[in-house]
Design a protein around this ligand. Sequence first.
Ligand SMILES: [Zn+2]
Length: 471
Amino acid sequence: MTTKLRTPLSILIALTLALLPSCSRKEESWDIVISNVSVIDGISPTRVNQTVKIRDGLIIKVMPYIPDQEFNAHSLVDGNGQFLIPGLWDMHVHFLYDERLKEVMPSMFLDHGITAVRDTGGDLESLLDFRTDLVNSSEPSPDIFLSGPLLDGKFVIYDGNNPAQPELGTSTPPVDELGDFVKSMKEMGVDFIKLYELLDEERFYALSEKANQLDLPVASHVPLVLTAETAGPKANSMEHLRNIELSCASNWKELLQERRALIKGFDEGLGYDLRASIQALQRIPAIMDYDENRCDEVLSSLTSTIQVPTLRLNTVSITKPWEEEDWDSSFHKLPLTVKEEWSARINFLSNQSRAANEKFSEWSLFLISRLLKNNVPFAAGTDAPIGFGIPGYSLHNELKLLVESGATPQQAIKSATYTAASFFKLEDRVGQIQEGMKANLVLLREDPLVDIRNTREINRVMVDGKWARKS
Ligand SMILES: [Zn+2]
């Protein structure tokens, strides 16, 4: 005892120094190490020959690869010749649109490298239960952010009364009750709110303001009584590029007046039909009256509002995704009754003249170049499963269409990672490949910057620092 206490300090120091080199040689342990991989995200230039170390659900190290280095890792993957990107987001999905698909959707998202989704409208309690079950399950699932129902006006577009459309929406209480209304939605567990097209002006502004005060992001369609440049800046995202065509028309004032009169005069019937009749009356005339100066003015008011174009939905009648060579490999995973129904509808569509849809499709694709020109941010979303949107698969079509419309492959990847996360102010925690960020990752066999279709060449998918899919 006493001799040990009397050990001279110099001996202790010598002992410590002698032990040090062997300590530093001893490699820390890791859950996963991917070595010698090309690292690509939406923000940084490509980093080649990198070793990426994962532990406790996080990216701990991204460092240059050193040949013949040994690692103490639970899973060691040779990334040579492969490409690591952040897990993808689909910013516009509806789990409750088709009950038959709800249960298969999470797994189909993961199969296609989608590790986070935003459910943009459906019954809140059902969605909360659905999410809780997934979180408690032993199976991996994507992160789900949800809004609860589409918040609509006196008439509700998705009120459940149209036999072909589920009840995704709800009317909203009077303005003086909206503060409590939004607060209770937040307390129940919504991550954002979704504002819809038949909201009146007062409710729209009040809902946006209350959500803002509670730090809840707002996703919105442009209410039909407003314009993109008045409603857009009050929302954090706008969906489908819809109603921008009305704002971009040289005769937008008359169109707005006409819409307002139609809505004011509507006192019975279905909200769904009211919107359809306004679209049928105004959409194509507005596109034909496109005024570029006016449109640039509108878009320059939207540089803080993320557009979710859902190009693949808007263009489904001209891009015909069912003619893509890899369509069948995902289509076959859908439940039989869904496959039968979709096949019949595809047949029907193929025999129809879709002139009006073609105009809107072309307009949507064109508008991407104007968003890029005016620095309007955009995020990838599909509206799956609406309009033949195969969950997961359809996001890769969206990325392809963004690139065909003028975005670079890296801008497309950014739209499905960094920009998507930024809607929730999470861009510094997920959506990039940087130390300290959440380890949601996709390992690709081919370079997505050479051809954006290579985002489909998925070798492995990681969720929360664990392999969720291995080929
Ligand atoms: Zn939607």
